[in-house]
Design a binder for this molecule. Structure first.
Ligand code: NAG
Ligand code: NAG
Ligand code: NAG
Ligand code: NAG
Ligand code: NAG
Length: 433
């Protein structure tokens, strides 16, 4: 302060003023060029030039939707991507119901759409007057093998609803989709995106335009360009894929992370049963758990190899200084010895299944869901009012995952979307203890 006062006043202010002008000019130029070179700096949720232009032109509500396929966790990943896209594109998300039970794999757009239509009608007509080759027994068997469930009856939507407007669909009949939203099913109003993650990827950097790349099997789309699309509905064949959306802008990366971390199972009945079973196992974060998937696809074919890897991980964890096969050590409440209480989650529902033998030999203390039948009784009260089906058989894999996630350490298999959610849920529980 003293030093400043000693300066001749006029010279001082003029210098400061020139310096100020110069630095302002430099800053403005810098911002201008940085933006010009890399317009992706313009964040989606922060008003920037591109967005304001678009917004002022058009403020009518626009929509985004997609076709669901495959198992719960593939549908979950698609949902997380859809929420991100709805947020980034400022569109209302028309959310398909969660399909539990039988899995219906990815197919080309029209085929998948028709099949989901058909499945919806099987439920709607309750197997009466089904105009098809199917006989009644066959139809009823199919009808009861899957159920359409509301996502928010199972998962926590607090974060998502705060950021994106969501409309839940309760069936997948395409005519109803267009009727409800007053749209004609034509190219002017509906932009269909064909293919899955093998064909499409989405970028928050403007480096990628909506031009087809030389490789016709990989379409790279800029999300900023998708924002400018005028169609009332963006309709995706599939939004599944852990790396479908490629992000570089920190705000967007953060938002995607928040979607994922907040998407946690919140069904009160399942939480309650999980707590009771965890208590039997010695209490939350007091037992170990493992997930062994051996029942389908590649996991069935290579089950010996996967189980062997799982066993190696477990043995390594115990540093070989502990005899795991010593069943005398299976004490839940013995705080002196290292707790070896094990919970085994698996799509094989019994310890007697051949594929599980090696792991059961290693872990005689392991318990599975079949050991807690009495505690599952409250689940029988859960009925899906849409089709009258009891939810027990559909919820078993979810409950299995929840119990495993409550262990203090979880051994999982690679390449399983079930395992990746198990790990995420476990991490969430560890942090919220
Ligand atoms: C977002 O969409 C709504 C209509 O659903 C519109 O009113 C609003 O202006 C849009 N906001 C921006 C920033 O584009
Ligand atoms: C109906 O279909 C089931 C399974 O597809 C089959 O086992 C059964 O024999 C059929 N019944 C009649 C009456 O066609
Ligand atoms: C649908 O369009 C018709 C005719 O244009 C209009 O009368 C009706 O209000 C619209 N409905 C909705 C839900 O927008
Ligand atoms: C581990 O315990 C089992 C059962 O008590 C016993 O048969 C086996 O020999 C033990 N193995 C080692 C390496 O001590
Ligand atoms: C473990 O301890 C709890 C309470 O301390 C008790 O209720 C439970 O029965 C015990 N379990 C075993 C297997 O000893």
């Amino acid at each position: 302060m003293k030093f400043l006062r000693t300066l001749p006043q006029p010279i001082y202010s003029r210098r400061i003023f020139i310096l100020f002008l110069l630095s302002t000019y430099l800053l403005i130029t810098l911002i201008f060029y940085v933006n010009k070179l890399n317009p992706s700096l313009c964040n989606f949720n922060k008003i920037c030039d591109v967005k304001e232009e678009v917004a002022s032109e058009n403020t009518r509500e626009k929509f985004i939707t997609y076709l669901p396929h495959s198992g719960l966790h593939n549908q979950r990943i698609a949902l997380e991507n859809a929420v991100f896209m709805a947020w980034a594109l400022n569109r209302t998300l028309i959310l398909p119901p969660l399909i539990l039970g039988a899995r219906f794999p990815f197919q080309a757009f029209d085929k998948l759409e028709n099949y989901l239509n058909f499945l919806s009608k099987v439920k709607q007509k309750n197997c009466m007057n089904m105009k098809s080759k199917m006989n009644l027994t066959h139809c009823e068997k199919l009808r009861d093998s899957y159920t359409f469930y509301r996502w928010d009856q199972l998962f926590d939507f607090t974060f998502i609803s705060r950021n994106v407007k969501i409309i839940h669909r309760d069936e997948l009949i395409s005519e109803n989709l267009f009727l409800k939203f007053n749209m004609s099913n034509d190219e002017e109003q509906v932009w269909r995106k064909y293919g899955n993650a093998q064909k499409n990827s989405f970028y928050d950097s403007r480096m990628y335009g909506n031009i087809k790349s030389s490789n016709k099997f990989s379409n790279k789309h800029s999300i900023l360009e998708l924002r400018e699309r005028d169609e009332g509905l963006l309709y995706f064949n599939s939004l599944f894929g852990s790396a479908l959306i490629k992000l570089v802008i920190p705000r967007n990366i953060q938002f995607m992370k928040e979607i994922r971390e907040s998407f946690i199972i919140s069904n009160p009945t399942l939480l309650d049963i999980t707590k009771r079973i965890s208590d039997e196992l010695g209490g939350r974060m007091n037992y170990l758990s493992a997930h062994a998937r051996i029942g389908d696809g590649g996991f069935k074919k290579l089950s010996r190899k996967w189980i062997k890897n799982l066993i190696n991980d477990i043995v390594e964890y115990f540093h070989e200084d502990s005899n795991l096969s010593n069943s005398a050590d299976c004490k839940q409440n013995d705080s002196m010895t290292f707790s070896k209480m094990f919970y085994l989650a698996s799509d094989a529902h019994s310890k007697d299944v051949q594929g599980l033998k090696p792991i059961i030999q290693l872990l005689p203390c392991a318990l599975m869901l079949e050991d807690f039948k009495d505690l599952l009784i409250p689940m029988n009260e859960l009925v899906n009012e849409r089709d009258g089906l009891r939810m027990t058989k559909f919820f078993i894999p979810i409950l299995d995952l929840m119990i495993a996630a409550n262990g203090k350490h979880v051994f999982t298999m690679r390449y399983s979307t079930y395992s990746s959610y198990l790990k995420r849920y476990h991490q969430y529980l560890t942090q919220s203890v």
